[in-house]
Each structure stands twice: as structure tokens, then as C-alpha cells.
Design a protein around this ligand. Structure first.
Ligand SMILES: *Cc1c(COP(=O)(O)O)cnc(C)c1O
Length: 407
């Protein structure tokens, strides 16, 4: 893979007509070390945020030993890259064949569930040909919690209601060698209070069940930094989660887990797109709703942008310093291929210019499709810093603008 100093160097050298993904291994390594050393428990990487084998290897090399996988293809991919990693199958609705292959072929022991039917399915799929039941199952009951403090909800699809959780925990305890409780507060949780509220639900479920709990998994949701969404320091989340975990009625040796996807991968990628046409304050670019900018189109996510400028043999052209708000159209023929933004760019931006879109490591690079013949393009290495970082330590962790005080 070609290495460049930064996005302007890529544009100068390649003059790319197709979108280019920039990988920043140093940024992903820094995020991994941060979680591995500062989270007061075990951090699992949620592979769906960015299933790049290169990224998975970087995270492993920097202390992430456990991986949250949700499909048999993710199981096979991570196992292929990392023979010694611990894989946890955290999708509460799985097919029996996926469970069987994960258990017998890939050494997966940890599975999540939110119904008694799924418990029965897991038990059956992990019973061997002689009819011997598995005695080493590590099962996690997924609770339904609120997503009200998060930018993207994960509240309605999965999770047993707290009112029914006691019974499900008791039934699961009968067949599990090790029993956990898990939840997901929604992605990009903008305050640590999201986890406090969820841990209160976990407390109610655990109290109702009256069984031994070996692990509490607070899921993903840890934020990254985007325009208009600058979260409090992650240290605040870790401290508050730890304090409320310690107060739960669980065994003294119970484990605390988390499953960050976005926070471990967002800084890993940016994207260079080309402006093909300008119509007023609308720019027609070559990535969009069916590409890495999926979230920009579908949930109006605002990613940071930087104009690279028209590049000629004399280098970067002069650029207007005045910034203006633009929206984007993607390359396909679909009207829905539209990204409202607003994206702040130089007022004189025009066809032929390039734009770097930052913070696309999470739910960005992973979302590209080949719809309408688009979706190609190179992947290169970049050595500069991502457009924003939660891990450069420039912010004093004791000073935080919008954290709800819970002390
Ligand atoms: C998507 C997902 C994650 C990762 O969520 P982020 O908000 O990206 O941190 C973790 N756990 C489960 C079960 C998920 O579905």
C-alpha cells in the first residue's frame, strides 16, 4: 500500500478520479492502547464498525484481545487474521448453522441472546454428535435499554424487557457455565449518563433474577468527535461506568466489559472525493449514500471536510478563505443520493477540486457498495493526524463542557 504524508500529497500524486480511502494505522493503534489501558475492564472491538483485516490486526497488536462479531462471515474473517483472539458472538438472533460452526470450528464460547428460544437454539447447536451438551457456554442476556442520550438508536430491535429479564436470566443460568448481562445504549452516546441509566436497569434485572452474574457488558456507544458533536472526555465515561458497576449486586470477581466499535475505528479512515459539478451551493461528488458517506445521507451525519484545492504543476492553487455551507449529491442516479450537511468549504470551490472527508473509519469505509457501478477506488496510507481525535491528550480530562455532573 502506498504511503503519503497527507491528503494533498495523495491528490497531487494520484489526481484520483475515484474516491480514495486513507488509512491511519497510528490513530487506530492509539485508540486501542487507550481502551486497553484505561477502560477499567475488558474492551471488545465491535467488528461491524469497520471489518478491515488490517485494522483488526492493528487493534490486536495494541492490546485488544476480544472481538464482538455478529455474523459467521465476521467470525471467519477475524479467526483467519487472529488465531488466538477471543471471539464473542453478540448478535442476539443467530442461525443454528452459524452457532454450530462458530462453536465447533472457531472456538467461540460466548454468545448473546434475548429470548428463551435462542437459549434452546444455542444449546442444541452446540450439542455434539454423541448427544453431549456443551458444558463451557458463556452466555450473555441482552437487556433492552433506552437510547435517549445517543445520536443513533439501538433501542427497539434487541433486548429483553427488564420485567421479563429475571426469568430469562434464571433459565439461561441453568445451561451456562458463565453468565453475563449486556446492553447497548445506542451509538455516539453524548453523555456518560446513558450508561448510568442502563446500569440501573441491569441492577433491577439482576436483583429480580437472584442468580450469580459473572460479567456485565456495557456495550458500545462510546463517541467520537464530529462537527457539532464534541463529546466529553472518554475518561469521564470510564470513571462513571466503573463507579456504577462496582455498586451492582454481583460477585466480587465479576468482570466488566465494553464493546466499542465507533470509538476504536472512527479515526482510522478519511476519504478523498472529487467535485464533478457545482450547482449553486450543491456539490456533485463521487461518493455518497451507497458509498462511505452512507450515514451522511441516511441519518444526516455531519463529517468534517477540508478542501484540497485544484492541484496543478505549481502546487495547490490559491483558495478563498471565505467559507460557505454546501450540501452534496453522490454519484448514483438516485435522488436519495443526497447529503444535506451543511459542509463548510471555501466559497470558490468548483468542479475538479478534491475534498477530504474526515472521521470515516466507523460506519464509513464499511458501507461502500457497488450500486450503479460506483464504489471502486484506491486505499492508501496517510501519516498525518486525523481531523479530530479523542486520544491526542490535548484536552484536559478534568475540564468538560457538557458532561452531566453525577458526582
Ligand atoms: C454496533 C454494536 C456495537 C458497537 O457500537 P458503537 O456505537 O459503534 O460503539 C457494540 N455492540 C453491539 C452488540 C453492537 O450491535
Amino acid at each position: 500500500m502506498h504511503a503519503f504524508l497527507d491528503a494533498p500529497a495523495v491528490a497531487r500524486t494520484l489526481a484520483p478520479d475515484e474516491p480514495v480511502i486513507l488509512n491511519r494505522p497510528h490513530a487506530a493503534a492509539r485508540a486501542a492502547r487507550f481502551f486497553a489501558t484505561k477502560f477499567p475492564g475488558k474492551s471488545l472491538y465491535a467488528v461491524k464498525a469497520n471489518p478491515s483485516p488490517d485494522l483488526v490486526q492493528i487493534l490486536w497488536d495494541n492490546g485488544i484481545t476480544h472481538y464482538d462479531v455478529a455474523s459467521i462471515a465476521e467470525v471467519r474473517m477475524v479467526r483467519g487474521v487472529l488465531p488466538d483472539a477471543t471471539l464473542c458472538f453478540m448478535h442476539p438472533v443467530k442461525t443454528a448453522s452459524a452457532i454450530r460452526e462458530a462453536y465447533f470450528k472457531h472456538g467461540v464460547r460466548t454468545f448473546s441472546l434475548d429470548t428463551i428460544e435462542e437459549v434452546e437454539k444455542i444449546v442444541e447447536a452446540t450439542t455434539d454428535a454423541e448427544g453431549n451438551r456443551a458444558t463451557d457456554l458463556r452466555l450473555c442476556v441482552r437487556l433492552r435499554v433506552s437510547s435517549e442520550y445517543s445520536e443513533l438508536s439501538l433501542a427497539s430491535k434487541f433486548g429483553v424487557d427488564v420485567a421479563d429479564a429475571g426469568e430469562l436470566l434464571q433459565a439461561t443460568r441453568q445451561v451456562a457455565d458463565w453468565l453475563g448481562v449486556c446492553f447497548h445504549v445506542g451509538s455516539q452516546a453524548m453523555t456518560p449518563f446513558a450508561y448510568v441509566q442502563a446500569l440501573e436497569r441491569a441492577r433491577a434485572a439482576i436483583a429480580a433474577a437472584g442468580v450469580v452474574i459473572d460479567m456485565v457488558d456495557v456495550g458500545g456507544g462510546f463517541p467520537s468527535s464530529y462537527p457539532g458533536m464534541e463529546p466529553p472526555p472518554l475518561e469521564d465515561y470510564f470513571a462513571i461506568i466503573h463507579r456504577h458497576f462496582e455498586a451492582l449486586p454481583i460477585a466480587y470477581n465479576a468482570e466488566l466489559w465494553c464493546e466499542p466499535g465507533r470509538a476504536l475505528s472512527a479515526e482510522y479512515n478519511s476519504l478523498i472525493v472529487k467535485v464533478e459539478k457545482r450547482r449553486g451551493d450543491e456539490l456533485y461528488i463521487n461518493d455518497g449514500a451507497y458509498g462511505a458517506l452512507y450515514d451522511a445521507a441516511h441519518v444526516a451525519w455531519r463529517f468534517p471536510v477540508k478542501a484540497i484545492g485544484r492541484v496543478d504543476k505549481h502546487g495547490d492553487a490559491e483558495r478563498s478563505s471565505e467559507l460557505k455551507e454546501f450540501s452534496f449529491y453522490g454519484p448514483t442516479c438516485d435522488d436519495a443520493d443526497f447529503m444535506e450537511g451543511p459542509f463548510l468549504l471555501p466559497a470558490d470551490i468548483k468542479a475538479g477540486d478534491w475534498i477530504e472527508v474526515g472521521m470515516l473509519g466507523a460506519y464509513g469505509a464499511a458501507m461502500r457498495t457497488a450500486f450503479n457501478g460506483f464504489g471502486g477506488g484506491e486505499v492508501v496510507l496517510a501519516q498525518d493526524e486525523p481531523m479530530a481525535s479523542l486520544y491526542t491528550g490535548r484536552k484536559d480530562p478534568r475540564v468538560s463542557d457538557n458532561v452531566v455532573s453525577l458526582r
